[in-house]
Design a binder for this molecule. Structure first.
Ligand SMILES: [Zn+2]
Length: 411
């Protein structure tokens, strides 16, 4: 969609036989991502507790921040004046911002009763009435109250694009409505139509802002976001709608049940243009990484490695390990003897147990360093498995890694 010969493109490497998964390279003005790649989350322009140079040393090639949070604090104009997101946070690599749709709308659903997301029958009646929500959607945009001070704000597709252009990330996302699995089919249909209309407006505003900025400003790739919840026909329709708009890449968002993740990603990837990069927004477990890559996701962000680390829960090849456990009080081994991270090279489980039980900040930092490195190495291994062994190589790695991980379960 760019009219400039900008350094933003995607190149497919090795393809998986029989599924949309592949390896590749995404080249952006701030560097290259070899895919599949795990994109750590730095919501407020920081991966909590870890210096950007440490993140780079861990092998992370990109960080995803959140437009909604940065718009509220410190303000997109502050980040722009600093030279854009990467310069503002002293990050030497690629940056992504998500559109704010998910955060704004998660203020909005406000469930009236607590339901297991995978247990209930879709029913709009469990969603709180409009007057009780922090965010209200209409066809033009979303009006919401800040989670910081209750002030009133409005995001439209145009505002989201303006904010994300000021933030200056290499990959930005179209503003979308993120529904829940509790919404009815009728609501999901209306929402997919609304998200398609918003995507069209985002594409137009992105073109306008890119033209105004001129060729000297680093090009930002705009990704349309495919919604449609758990419905195959809606997911495929949403993907086709966005494809017709010709985005630089595509995000796959919304409510996903864990056991449906692979199927949904695959439906969407089968409809999207083969040569465009696909980003899966927000996944959680290690098994989800394999499902996502097999089904065709090139990049995916995941808050779990850093969030769980701050609570003292770390990954090992034999399953998750709770570092605060009393039994580790005098354990002089590393978290994981097979890990090459700084934490495992220099620190014992006993020391981490002490730090985390004492609430010392360094405990969270060292645990996060390990978890980020663990996932980066795992995804590197997945990429190598695809390049050297194709679908069989990836399947073999999956069986080996997950078999051992879930057989352990020492947490
Ligand atoms: Zn480690």
């Amino acid at each position: 969609m760019t009219s400039y010969p900008a350094p933003f493109w995607f190149e497919v490497g090795t393809r998986l036989e029989g599924s949309p998964g592949r390896t590749g390279r995404l080249i952006t003005p701030h560097g290259e991502i070899r895919t599949p790649a795990f994109i750590p989350v730095g919501t407020a322009a920081t991966v909590k507790g870890v210096l950007p140079e440490t993140m780079a040393a861990l092998g992370a090639s990109a960080i995803l921040a959140n437009a909604y949070h940065l718009y509220l604090r410190p303000g997109a104009e502050v980040v722009e004046a600093a030279g854009g997101l990467a310069a503002f946070m002293n990050w030497p690599g690629v940056t992504f911002t998500d559109s704010g749709g998910f955060q704004v709308l998660s203020l909005g659903a406000g469930f009236k009763k607590v339901l297991a997301m995978d247990a209930g029958i879709p029913d709009d009646a469990v969603i709180a009435p409009r007057s009780q929500r922090l965010a209200v959607v209409d066809d033009d945009g979303v009006t919401f109250r800040s989670h910081l001070d209750g002030s009133r704000h409005r995001f439209t597709p145009e505002v989201s694009m303006q904010v994300q252009h000021r933030l200056g990330a290499d990959v930005i996302f179209a503003f979308d409505e993120c529904t829940t699995l509790m919404n009815t089919r009728a609501y999901q249909e209306a929402s997919v139509a609304r998200t398609a209309a918003w995507a069209r407006r985002c594409a137009a505003e992105h073109r306008r802002l890119t033209d105004v900025a001129g060729p000297d400003r680093a090009y930002q790739g705009l990704f349309g976001v495919v919604q449609g919840a758990q419905y195959e026909d809606l997911r495929r329709q949403a993907a086709r709608d966005l494809r017709s708009l010709g985005f630089d890449g595509y995000g796959i968002g919304g409510a996903l049940e864990k056991q449906e993740l692979g199927r949904i990603v695959r439906w969407v990837c089968e409809e999207l243009p083969d040569g465009a990069p696909r980003h899966l927004l927000g996944i959680s477990g290690l098994d989800d990484l394999f499902s996502a890559v097999e089904a065709g996701a090139d990049t995916f962000d995941c808050v779990a490695p850093s969030r769980t680390a701050r609570h003292g829960r770390v990954y090992t090849p034999d399953g998750p390990l709770a570092l605060k456990r009393a039994g580790l009080k005098a354990d002089c081994g590393p978290i994981d003897p097979e890990c090459d991270c700084y934490t495992c090279a220099h620190y014992t489980r006993a020391y981490l147990n002490h730090l985390l039980r004492s609430g010392e900040m360094v405990g969270a930092t060292l645990a996060t360093v390990h978890n980020i490195r663990f996932v980066v190495r795992l995804v590197d291994a997945m990429r190598t498995a695809i390049d050297t062994g194709g679908a069989a190589g990836l399947a073999g790695l999956r069986t080996q890694v997950l078999g051992r991980y879930f057989a352990g379960g020492r947490g």
